[in-house]
Write a protein of this length. Structure first.
Length: 122
């Protein structure tokens, strides 16, 4: 269900010119569990990460840290979008925490990473 919810927006984003990197990532979290996904970002692009869970009633937290370990973006809910404008190329980490599942002690998620060229004033 999480992947189906995510895929509802993928084609619209691609029509706007955003490039999806790879395939969506899916998984399941138990209540209290945290998972981390490693990402490589380039300073030539801006990035959007879209994450959907399998229910509107899941309580989840998502945060993105840069290569220094500093939290750059944080959001909560059953679906979120996180944005990154890296100032250098490097490894970033997306972390997810399930606080409460809608109807059980777990929830599934689907995440997709998109990038687009940055506009720079020179």
């Amino acid at each position: 269900m999480a992947l189906k919810r995510l895929m509802n927006i993928v084609s619209a984003l691609q029509q706007l010119g955003d490039e999806m990197l790879g395939e969506p990532v899916t998984g399941t979290l138990a209540v209290g569990d945290t998972t981390a996904l490693q990402l490589t970002f380039s300073d030539e692009y801006m990035y959007n990460i879209y994450i959907w869970s399998d229910s509107y009633f899941n309580i989840m937290e998502f945060w993105l840290t840069d290569f220094r370990g500093e939290v750059i973006s944080i959001a909560g809910g059953d679906n979120v979008s996180l944005v990154a404008y890296p100032d250098t190329t490097g490894e970033w980490t997306l972390q997810m925490l399930l606080h409460e599942g809608a109807s059980s002690d777990s929830a599934s998620y689907a995440a997709a990473l998109f990038r687009s060229r940055r506009y720079r004033l020179e």
